[in-house]
Design a protein around this ligand. Sequence first.
Ligand SMILES: Nc1ncnc2c1ncn2[C@@H]1O[C@H](COP(=O)(O)OP(=O)(O)OP(=O)(O)O)[C@@H](O)[C@H]1O
Ligand SMILES: [Mg+2]
Length: 219
Amino acid sequence: MEEARIISICSQKGGSGKSAITSWVANSLKREGKRVLVVDADGQRTIAKIRQREVEQGFELNQACDVIAADNVLEVLDEKFDDYDVIFIDLPRMTGADEAVLALSYCDIILVPVRLGDSDVISAFEFINAAKKMGEVRREKGLDFSLYGVQNFRKPNLRENRQIDEYAAMLGVTLFSNPLPDKADFMRAGTINIPSDFPSVADAYNPFFTEFKQRFQLP
Ligand SMILES: Nc1ncnc2c1ncn2[C@@H]1O[C@H](COP(=O)(O)OP(=O)(O)OP(=O)(O)O)[C@@H](O)[C@H]1O
Ligand SMILES: [Mg+2]
């Protein structure tokens, strides 16, 4: 059997969609028959709390990814590595290069949600640089590493959207060709449903999810 892939959708920016996109993709893979775990390693426990509420509301869990809240990620990985095909780690936003290097050292796959109009371009640049350096170290050790960005909260017809490629080049990151639009219905997905369940966001989400599997070579 293949080894579990370890994925983090992470950035230096709060509220950029890290936890939301993690839940969407984790459950989409689960629906396709993969064994999927989300380790909620953010002290806010965003995913774990939403999941708890859904359980209390009587949602069915048989189609949903597993969720574990934990601070000691390495311990969980050690224990669960053989039981899953894909393990997502939901991390808090990372403010310094050291923090990023430590937290990301065990990830094969990193996806950075990028939002146009971020005021702190330098922090974004530093975060991506730290992640890429981590990747070089991993590759030297013969470990997998793949990093992309995805534009989240894309607004329609904004003149700024023409600048996204320039912005990505400045950050030194390759963006997915399928961005995620800013649409309130994305918030309906929670940690059990997926955007594909809602027609108003399915059309935008599905090509993103297909690209996610292709870029990161997930079966
Ligand atoms: N494309 C989108 N359109 C509309 N709402 C979105 C979109 N992406 C994420 N959201 C919503 O934005 C809010 C913030 O997202 P989320 O909690 O995933 O961010 P985060 O980066 O994990 O934040 P934190 O840094 O606090 O962990 C959530 O309510 C989420 O559902
Ligand atoms: Mg979060």
